[in-house]
Design a protein around this ligand. Structure first.
Ligand SMILES: Cc1ncc(COP(=O)(O)O)c(C=O)c1O
Length: 479
């Protein structure tokens, strides 16, 4: 909310989601108009890149639709099907078979009768994979992150958490206690100071220390061993969210906890199936059965929300089998080859990438304005890529979060780099024209390179798709 209580107003290249979080006014329904007006201004200028859909699923090349209904076709670097298991024949087969046998719905929460023989077997499989005796499944990864915190932490307890932790962890923390102590991203010294300060005045209550094994906006990892050691030293419990690396990184697919030699040594591991395991769902792994039992009855998403469907449980079980097999190792090698190729070609074009090699390749843009102008050009060039802005990342550090899949071909990667570099170069010219007053956003929007809007799904096949771009004007691409 703006200081004087008026609704915020921003142009299409200004403002952020944060500006509309707290809106003035007593009418809950009309006050949200301010956000919609901003969205519409951005749509009119062709710089609203969110809310898109794919026509036939998250394949490496796909047809997508903007939230205004415009169709475009392109390489897809906006889906987190990292090992490309969502269309794997064995996964499809198990999904269909399970639906025939079990029906399609769990029809109950895990606290009642929502589990099936498949979800029980999945809990055991994940426990064996990670080296934990007990695993609780949740309907989504979000629910697992929120639920493990809300289930374990009480108002007098403390949470010490990396400031960049995922929204499910932040919201779980806020729902559980007011004693939240954020530490600077991956800065262990800050953790020690905060733990020492808490324990200097409170030895009665619990402390949950929270981090992620792979941060998805920066592609970096903390020193997990050090965090675990600090947790022990100060009588705290460590939870690590392994959503983005489990299954797709590390010699046997156990992610950074394997790479850092911490398998089975972290107090509590929480993860999501939605990135590598081709399904909605999440889990919490712990050593004692008491933790699992407690979460089942005191973690609302485990108690009052229906369990994963039988088909989801079967899919994830099959995905773990593939991850553990030679084929899984080959898919991880292919994924890493793709990641390294993408990073290297981007860098060769003068586009900077963040962090360490992982399936998340974040490409630096900088100002929100330039980033939006770049994303505006991508559909017509034939590329689907997610733009990330403040407050998900700091102001002025907007970036594209490209997500790599094992089934991306070298051709897909070359096309992606070519198209992103072209869009960035064109956007640079757009920005200069705006800055110099040689163009207005309205005039740019008039010739905006939006994709062809096709009249009906039936007309899709016949309708012309945008032409491929000319070679990027900036830098060169080594093929
Ligand atoms: C680090 C992290 N944790 C948890 C989640 C939530 O997972 P899901 O989308 O499966 O609910 C996400 C993803 O979106 C994530 O990035």
């Amino acid at each position: 909310m703006i200081g004087d209580g008026t609704a915020p107003e921003f142009g299409a290249l200004e403002g952020s989601m944060r500006d509309f979080r707290y809106l003035p006014g007593s009418d809950l329904l009309t006050r949200v108009d301010a956000f919609y007006d901003w969205q519409q201004a951005r749509r009119a200028a062709g710089v609203w890149p969110l809310g898109r859909s794919t026509e036939l699923g998250a394949h490496s090349r796909c047809t997508a639709r903007t939230d205004e209904g415009a169709l475009f076709e392109g390489v897809n670097f906006a889906s987190q099907d990292y090992l490309s298991l969502s269309s794997h024949p064995a996964i499809l087969e198990v999904a269909i078979e399970t639906m025939r046998e079990f029906g399609v719905h769990s029809a109950g929460s895990p606290a009642l009768v929502g589990n099936t023989s498949l979800s029980i077997a999945l809990e055991e499989k994940i426990g064996a994979f990670l080296g934990y005796d007990h695993v609780a499944l949740f309907p989504t990864g979000w629910a697992a992150g929120f639920g493990v915190i809300k289930g374990l932490v009480r108002p007098n307890d403390h949470i010490v958490m990396d400031a960049l932790s995922h929204a499910c962890l932040q919201e779980g923390a806020q729902a559980a206690t007011r004693n939240i102590h954020l530490f600077r991203h991956n800065q262990i010294e800050g953790v020690r100071q905060k733990l020492a300060k808490i324990r200097a005045s409170d030895t009665e209550n619990g402390i949950l220390l929270i981090t992620e094994s792979l941060f998805s906006m920066d592609s970096d990892t903390p020193d997990i061993a050090e965090l675990q050691q600090l947790a022990h030293e100060f009588g705290a419990t460590l939870v690590v969210d392994v959503a983005h690396d489990l299954g797709n990184l590390g010699p046997t697919g156990r992610g950074f906890i394997e790479i850092q030699n911490m398998l089975g040594k972290v107090d509590v591991v929480m993860g999501s199936f939605s990135k590598t395991f081709a399904s909605n769902g999440g889990f919490v792994a712990s050593r004692g059965r008491s933790v699992k039992e407690y979460l089942r009855y005191y973690s609302s998403p485990n108690t009052f929300s229906n369990a994963m469907s039988p088909a989801n449980a079967a899919i994830v079980g099959k995905a773990f089998d593939i991850v553990s097999s030679d084929e899984g190792a080959a898919l991880r090698r292919k994924l890493m080859d793709n990641i390294l190729m993408l990073r290297s070609l981007l860098n060769g074009c003068g586009l900077e990438t963040y962090g360490d090699p992982s399936a998340i390749v974040c490409v630096k843009m900088g100002s929100e304005s330039l980033a939006r102008l770049t994303s505006r050009r991508l559909p017509a060039l034939g590329m689907l890529a997610n733009l990330v802005e403040f407050p998900a990342v700091p102001k002025g550090q907007a970036r594209f979060r490209l997500q790599v899949m094992a089934r991306h071909s070298q051709h897909d990667i070359i096309d992606a780099v070519h198209r992103l570099a072209t869009a960035a170069a064109d956007a640079g010219e757009d920005q200069r024209a705006l800055d110099e007053g040689a163009a207005s956003l309205a005039s740019l929007a008039k010739d905006r390179p939006l994709p062809v809007k096709l009249p009906t799904p039936a007309g899709d096949a016949a309708a012309p798709l945008p032409q491929a771009p000319a070679a990027p004007r900036r830098g060169s691409i080594a093929a």
